[in-house]
Design a protein around this ligand. Structure first.
Ligand code: AMP
Length: 530
């Protein structure tokens, strides 16, 4: 016997229908790269998305076809998210910071049919056009081209319909080795993920929320914000440029209450605030993820009355995995204890399951004891099953546990504490040293702008850590001062054997430190006692 409730397939077009119907007048503001500004509404986004589905059909786009974007955050990009899925297509957001060979690989591997792009990326598009073999139509968002293209339609149409397990979006991860891998989200997984994003511990949205997402729409589905934002009917403020002066001005003028970005974004914002005396009085919820948020960052935001959701996730997890939810005894804790909790990566929402297994023997499931670190595995309805076009499942085991490549400690209450990447953890004398903990401790020194720890071959210990440091402008901090500072935070045998000062540390396409490039840079490095 089946139950007798209504059919309501979890298709993401329900989100935009809801936003337009229930929050139709709520504004979507865009500050464009040329400094101009436009305003539309959720109703306007839906109408334009319907027009885009007509325009795509006119180009011959079929259900399941991939429609790519190469664009910053703005309202036309938002329209395209819904237009692409509305025609039954698969939205493929391309990261413009990828290298040419990766850009060539992913667009051809995805078999993109249409590409929508910002004028700012026109040189990239011209350069790549001869190498992209499947893209038939190129449409620029600027100079009236996008408006003219959809302007020829009347919006009098309906969304394509289909199964809730149909694909709706494709994001590639820029792995450190090999070709990028595609993660193909489905309508159902995206809807469940979007609804989960509405929890207070995650995005904390209600109809009054005004969100300026700094996390790009081309990275990890912008943490699902364009979907969850529609479900909650929030006001979006987009900036097509990531200049901290522009972001702060927009946040204050539009009374932004929520923002989301990787730690480096907050660092740049703080520097601007310090230099100009700017404050962000309306901000009350900040989502920080993508890499570990340093302690001073959490302290500064929390002291300013901002609720921080320090989140962990990955492209393969749609990406919400955990966020820094408050514990039940939160109000009884001291400020220091609260920061201790927020410095960890938080707890799962309903739907996500975590476990750690032994780094050497994955058949051994480790205890949640707050001490033992191991390889982090995850499963749930919005976690990857199989990479796009892969022959076998991505999950390491038949019971769907997916290997994240992260190293973590799980605490008895389920709090996740990320300690490293499996490829970056440093093995010294048979024991593990967390490169992330060394880096976090190092950036707590006022003279350190950025730090990265890597393992260097040592004949006796196998590997020993060295710390590569970028000094803050004008700071004259010495290696000994950094060592003394670290000694107050980590075990003695964790202290780096050497500290090397550099002008810059290499970053990958998503703005994270590229340990692979750094290791290449230090390939011939010899330790003094080696
Ligand atoms: P991506 O798929 O590019 O978003 O990268 C996902 C990876 O980023 C994860 O597997 C982690 O290694 C790292 N990451 C994400 N969030 C955090 C966080 N809050 N703290 C530390 N590392 C993180």
């Amino acid at each position: 016997m089946l139950g007798a409730m209504q059919d309501f397939d979890l298709r993401v077009t329900h989100l935009i229908d809801h936003a337009a119907r229930e929050h139709g007048g709520r504004e979507i503001v865009t500050r464009w790269a040329d400094g101009s500004e436009t305003r539309t509404t959720w109703a306007g986004v839906r109408h334009d998305a319907l027009k885009m589905t007509q325009a795509l059909r006119r180009l011959g786009v079929q259900q399941g076809d991939r429609i790519a974007t190469l664009a910053m955050n703005h309202s036309r990009h938002l329209v395209s998210w819904y237009g692409a899925v509305g025609v039954g297509g698969v939205l493929h957001t391309i990261n413009p910071r990828l290298f040419d060979d990766q850009l060539e690989y992913i667009a051809n591997h995805a078999e993109d049919q249409v590409l929508l792009y910002d004028r700012a990326f026109a040189p990239l598009v011209e350069r790549m056009k001869p190498k992209w073999t499947t893209i038939r139509h190129y449409i620029c968002y600027d100079d009236g081209q996008f408006e003219d293209w959809i302007g020829a339609e009347d919006g009098n149409t309906t969304w394509a319909w289909g199964d809730e397990r149909d694909p709706c979006m494709l994001c590639y991860t820029s792995g450190t080795t090999g070709n990028p891998k595609g993660v193909i989200y489905e309508h159902r997984s995206t809807m469940l993920h979007a609804m989960t994003g509405l929890q207070p511990a995650i995005f904390d949205f209600d109809a009054r929320s005004v969100m300026l997402p700094v996390v790009p729409m081309f990275h990890a589905a912008s943490w699902g914000l364009p979907w969850s934002g529609a479900a909650a009917g929030i006001k979006f403020v987009f900036s097509a440029v990531n200049d901290p002066a522009v972001l702060c001005e927009l946040m204050n003028r539009e009374k932004v209450t929520h923002s989301a970005g990787v730690p480096t974004v907050w660092l740049a914002t703080f520097q601007h605030m310090d230099a100009t005396g700017t404050t962000l009085p309306t901000l009350r919820h900040a989502i920080i993820g993508g890499s570990a948020a340093p302690r001073f960052m959490l302290e500064r935001l929390m002291k300013a009355g901002v609720n921080v959701a320090h989140a962990w996730g990955m492209t393969e997890t749609s990406p919400i995995g955990t966020t820094g939810a408050k514990s039940w005894d939160w109000d009884d804790l001291t400020f220091e204890q609260q920061v201790d909790i927020k410095q960890m990566q938080g707890r799962v929402p309903f739907g996500v399951e975590l476990r750690t297994v032994d780094l050497g023997d994955p058949s051994i499931v480790l205890p949640r004891d707050g001490k033992t670190s191991g390889a982090l595995q995850v499963r749930g309805p919005w976690i990857i099953k199989r990479y796009f076009k892969a022959e076998s499942d991505a999950a390491a085991s038949p019971d769907q546990w997916f290997d994240t490549g992260d190293v973590a400690i799980l605490h008895p209450d389920g709090t996740l504490q990320l300690t490293d990447r499996t490829k970056d953890v440093i093995k010294s004398g048979g024991e593990w040293i967390s490169s992330v903990e060394l880096e976090n401790a190092a950036v707590g020194h006022p003279g350190v702008a950025e730090a990265a720890a890597i393992g260097i071959y040592h004949p006796k210990w196998d590997e020993r850590p060295i710390l590569v440091v970028v000094r803050k402008a004008g700071a004259e901090v010495t290696a000994q001062e950094i060592k003394d500072h670290l000694a107050r935070h980590v075990a003695k045998w964790w202290l780096p054997d050497a500290i090397e000062f550099v002008d810059a540390i290499p970053h990958g396409a998503t703005g994270k430190i590229s340990k692979k490039d750094l290791r290449d840079q230090f390939r011939d490095y010899k330790l003094e006692d080696a």
